[in-house]
Design a protein around this ligand. Structure first.
Ligand SMILES: [Zn+2]
Ligand SMILES: [Zn+2]
Length: 472
């Protein structure tokens, strides 16, 4: 008979660990385990508990917490995922037949009460330490990240994405809601190891609301590229209107102005950013002074000779409406000057390469592909620019769709490397050499999306289908 040691969330919910001096409940670091159904194994567990709690006998409701197991009692692949910074619901999964052995003697204080502080096993902060170490590593890495984004060639630090556990869309009701769910899990992951001072996301209304309500001490900023893209689209539409044709020459400059207004202002001065942005509407009319608010005069030099060459435009209500739009200005005041989300977007498009959307993968398959994408990304995200034999940097010219015939100059990077493949192969060979009991057990998969649907009787379904048509 095989022991079924399961960490069943519902059954252990709210229960306290029965070990002497330990009153742990389920938390981010501590998992709870019901006593095994297998009698022999259950007796072995009870015997261990009795070392520090005489005459105690388990019931079917008794639970022990993860603190009483040594590290090698847990499924390695799940632990590994936790160590590389991937938050999953179950990072602590017991191996089959694992027996709890960590039961420190409970120190008794003068008044004879249990003192829980001395009874905590030495390994208690293990998971937390590991996460902390990983976070510090990530932060150190993000300092050196330099990349180019959409339309400017500014060097910027990039945000780092750490939550790689696949979510099934039925867990949270659709892909739009998945973004919010992902954020919640990310915040839970960093809770108590990292104070999130500033968070940069795209303009997702629900996310903004959730952050406002749940993270009052966090400053929420938006990624510039997303806002610039939507302004660009609207500008393009205005250019097509009658009487607004001249605006076309300004289209890209207005977007560049948006980047400039944000990047060359201090983040704490949202008003200045917005006033700088608004000044563009007067600048294109050849008016460079007397703008309102904190930015009364254009930052450029006098345009005496150059002024005649430029194609200034006539005032249009459409442009004014777009530039001074209240919602837009509010968002522009919240644009991030330093951190952008392009690295995260880059990682997401890499996942698509490892797990194309046109195929269906099992949960484990999706998880493995996401992990592979993560390994590939970590190894290759900060590649240098390739150089010629003479030592000169190499570039290429591209004609992206969004430039509508225009070109962009891009750096050619050195070729990607795949050392992680060798590491994985070595790991697999090592695992194969171990006795089978020491190998990680199969991951538990959540039920598939279609399993939640009711399936009709096939014969009846065919009958109902056929009856819709008049057949002779
Ligand atoms: Zn315990
Ligand atoms: Zn000007």
């Amino acid at each position: 008979m095989e022991a079924t040691v399961k960490k069943t969330g519902g059954k252990t919910h709210g229960k306290r660990c029965i070990a002497a001096g330990c009153s742990n409940v389920k938390s981010a670091e501590v998992a709870m385990f019901l006593f095994p159904k297998d009698e022999d194994l259950s007796k072995a567990w009870a015997k261990q508990v009795q070392r520090t709690r005489k005459d105690w006998e388990p019931t079917k409701y008794s639970v022990l917490c993860s603190e009483h197991f040594t590290r090698d009692s847990f499924d390695e692949s799940a632990l590994l995922r936790a160590q590389v910074g991937i938050a999953t619901k179950r990072t602590l999964i017991l191996k089959k037949g694992a027996i709890p052995t960590v039961f420190p003697r409970v120190g008794t204080s003068a008044v004879g009460q249990l003192s829980t502080s001395t009874s905590r096993p030495a390994r208690s902060a293990f998971a937390m330490r590991e996460r902390k170490r990983k976070v510090e590593e990530l932060l150190a890495e993000s300092e050196v990240e330099i990349s180019s984004f959409a339309s400017t060639e500014e060097s910027m630090e990039m945000a780092t994405d750490t939550d790689m556990a696949p979510e099934q869309s039925n867990e949270c009701g659709g892909s739009y809601h998945m973004e919010l769910e992902g954020l919640k899990r990310m915040v839970a992951f960093f809770e108590d190891i990292l104070e999130i001072g500033t968070l940069v996301t795209d303009r997702h209304r629900q996310i903004a609301k959730w952050i406002r309500e749940n993270m009052p001490y966090t400053k929420h900023l938006y990624d510039i590229w997303h806002v610039a893209k939507s302004v660009g689209k609207k500008l393009k539409a205005i250019c097509k209107l009658k009487g607004c044709e001249d605006l076309k020459a300004w289209q890209h400059r207005i977007i560049n102005h948006l980047y400039w207004a944000v990047v060359f202002s201090t983040q704490d001065d949202a008003e200045l950013i917005v006033d700088k942005w608004k000044s563009v509407e007067r600048h294109v009319l050849n008016l460079h002074r007397g703008h309102g608010g904190k930015f009364p005069t254009c930052a450029h030099k006098r345009l005496q000779s150059r002024a005649h060459k430029k194609k200034w435009i006539k005032p249009t209500v459409k442009l004014e409406k777009l530039v001074t739009d209240k919602m837009l200005c509010k968002d522009i005041g919240k644009l991030s000057a330093v951190h952008q989300t392009s690295k995260v977007e880059g990682f997401h498009s890499l996942i698509i390469q490892f797990a194309p959307k046109s195929y269906v993968y099992s949960y484990t398959g999706m998880l493995c592909r996401t992990l592979l994408a993560g390994l590939h990304y970590n190894e290759n995200a900060s590649r240098h620019t390739a150089t010629t034999k003479a030592g000169e940097q190499r570039f290429k010219i591209r004609y992206p769709k969004y430039k509508a015939g225009g070109h962009v100059v891009k750096k050619i990077l050195v070729e990607a490397t795949f050392s992680y493949v060798d590491d994985l192969m070595r790991e697999v060979v090592d695992l194969c050499k171990k006795p089978s009991a020491d190998r990680p057990v199969q991951l538990e998969e959540p039920p598939t999306l279609s399993s939640a649907m009711e399936k009709p009787d096939k014969a009846e379904a065919i009958k109902a289908h056929a009856s819709r048509f008049k057949t002779k």
